[in-house]
Design a protein around this ligand. Structure first.
Ligand code: ADP
Ligand code: MG
Length: 287
């Protein structure tokens, strides 16, 4: 423990202990089509981490690999200190209970009422009785911004925004340590999208869970995320805060900042930051 190298190794080990996801040299292909080529990615505990990249750049596939719905052709994935490559069925089952997922297209069972969709993981993995399960389902609906009565409807009866919220309620059923959200604001009007932004922030404050989110939403990226990874050419071409990324040169990264929408979102984020810091300087007794 005395040499500088030992101390450096300890530092590396403790930095790694802060990661809830570690992907190393992940390769994925479908036939001849290479989607991920030696991709490395780390997500730290407690952060709101976004994955961005063009359509078809492999974002959803990456998420499916993290949650064990797709096995990469090579490379290693560690989630919550567990190597996904060497799991028993029992270990995999236990691990799945520690995360919640909101799929790109909702992913609720159409033949089940919303409440039963939320109850499903609770019935499967807990010993709670039916009364408590219904109470938990009602609470998760409320938390996701829906009235408990929504639980009695079928997914097809809900609007797009309500469906996203119901899907969020299901993802939260087991109080997950990790929350995966695949394009939660896609297809929503701006007010619905900003409602989801607020919801993600509230959930993060409430549970301190790590949130991994795939999104194109520039306002969300600037205002909610801690770090962002940009996918391109089968790799992570840049990772950092939006402020850090905004100074990087890679063309896949510049796409997010140089168009009129990118500039507008950046300006809005800067204006809000300025507002916040000015408000902080006000004595708290003044209204
Ligand atoms: P993104 O979410 O970034 O839009 P995806 O991860 O869904 O991209 O897909 C990445 C690429 O892999 C796309 O070209 C897609 O067509 C292909 N792909 C994804 N899943 C499959 C599959 N099950 N079979 C064949 N090709 C697939
Ligand atoms: Mg996708």
């Amino acid at each position: 423990m005395d040499t500088a190298i030992d101390r450096a190794n300890v530092n590396i080990a403790s930095a790694e202990a802060g990661n809830v996801i570690e992907m190393r040299k992940v390769c994925t292909r479908f036939g001849d089509h290479i989607v991920h080529a030696d991709l490395d990615l780390d997500v730290r505990r407690g952060e709101i981490f976004a994955i961005v990249g063009g359509s078809g750049s492999g974002k959803s596939t990456l998420l499916r690999e993290m949650i064990m719905l797709h096995r990469p052709d090579s490379g290693t994935i560690k989630i919550l200190d567990t190597d996904l490559g060497v799991l028993t069925a029992d270990e995999a089952n236990k691990l799945r209970q520690r995360w919640g997922v909101m799929f790109q297209h909702g992913g609720l069972f159409g033949t089940l009422k919303v409440r039963d969709n939320i109850a499903l993981p609770l019935r499967e993995h807990t010993n709670l009785d039916e009364t408590l399960i219904n109470e938990v389902a009602a609470w998760k609906l409320t938390l996701s911004g829906l009235a408990p009565e929504t639980g009695l409807q079928y997914p097809t009866e809900l609007s797009g925004g309500m469906l996203k919220r119901a899907s969020m309620a299901r993802a939260l059923a087991l109080d997950p340590e990790l929350l995966f959200l695949d394009e939660p604001t896609a297809g929503l009007d701006p007010s619905g999208a900003s409602g989801i932004d607020t919801l993600v922030r509230t959930l993060h404050d409430l549970y301190q869970s790590t949130i991994i989110i795939i999104t194109h939403d520039l306002d969300f990226l600037w205002q909610v995320t801690d770090r962002v990874a940009v996918l391109g050419e089968g790799k992570v071409v840049g990772v950092g805060s939006m402020e850090e990324l905004s100074k990087m040169d890679h063309p896949n990264i510049r796409e997010y900042f140089d168009g009129p929408r990118g500039r507008a979102a950046h300006e809005q984020a800067q204006a809000q930051k300025k507002d916040k810091s000015q408000n902080k300087e006000q004595p708290w007794t003044q209204k």
